[in-house]
Design a binder for this molecule. Sequence first.
Ligand SMILES: Nc1ncnc2c1ncn2[C@@H]1O[C@H](COP(=O)(O)OP(=O)(O)OP(=O)(O)O)[C@@H](O)[C@H]1O
Length: 328
Amino acid sequence: MAGGLAVEVRDLRKIYRTRRGRQAAVAGLDLSVPRGGVHGFLGPNGAGKTTTIRMLLGLIAADSGSILIFDHPIPSGINQVISRVGAIVEQPRFFPAFTGRKNLILLARGIGAPPSRVDQVLAEVGLGDRGRDRFGKYSLGMKQRLAIAATLLKDPDLLIFDEPTNGLDPAGIHEIRDTMRGLADRGKTVLVSSHILSEVAQIADTVSIIGRGRLLAEGTVAELLRTGGSESVRVGVADRRRAVELLTRAGYEVSADDGGLLVTSTEHLEPSKITELLARSGLYVNELVPMRADLESVFLELTTDDHLGAADPTGDRPQPRRAQEGQQ
Ligand SMILES: Nc1ncnc2c1ncn2[C@@H]1O[C@H](COP(=O)(O)OP(=O)(O)OP(=O)(O)O)[C@@H](O)[C@H]1O
């Protein structure tokens, strides 16, 4: 993985003025996308992902803040980087009666890409043996992979995909994930937005979670899991009433859990301390299962209204949860 950042966004802001008033779509966003690898750009609907991506691509102007792509400022330096960036923001129009290959040949001609690239990009997205089928006969997943293939014609270093798995069935989602992972493994940087964490968590090297136009957390998936949420362990014991008493007195939060007890702590939880505590009072544990925080609950915890709080009238930005040490 090459060093440095592919995309660096600082204090980016965009307000839409509508008849119903002002809507802060992006409200002081920071974003750091490392070079190489898949970066998940995650947030609930309306968090500001599409607006941010449109600003990255120079399609709309920011109100303030800075954007660097491969160290070139956007939009002023966009001509220096545009050939290194491929994006799917809206569905490209392909002709249903033409084959996937023919569609790409027409497109390559239009953008001045060498026709020899067509077969290469079809192979890169796993459509090598389906290129001669009519586009109209493709599954949704194949159509989306053809759209990805189109972005690869110019052999860009950075791919930006806005919700590429939207509307796909599980098989289609799987295909797109494989395709994105494959691109990153070949050295590309893939920035992919989604409002469904699980759709990109498995393949993302790093993620940024945003809400209401601001960065809430960033880091690797493993780091976010470690820093997010509380830790808990499922405990099975014969005398549950006594166990609840002892554990609560020791400062744990305890709740009933399907015939056992769910013991939670906001601090690091050592299962052995729980067994020891109970054994000292003659209670022997017959089941002890550490419950891993799952990313979906970390995501939900971060993006609920409670965490986001009310809009800050001072315009000051709350500090995001930084899972990656040393990142500023
Ligand atoms: N052209 C527009 N005019 C007015 N408001 C807009 C416009 N585009 C987006 N918004 C508003 O800005 C906010 C951010 O929208 P945006 O589409 O960037 O979010 P998103 O994270 O991409 O969500 P989604 O996944 O639903 O597209 C939303 O409240 C949305 O209603």
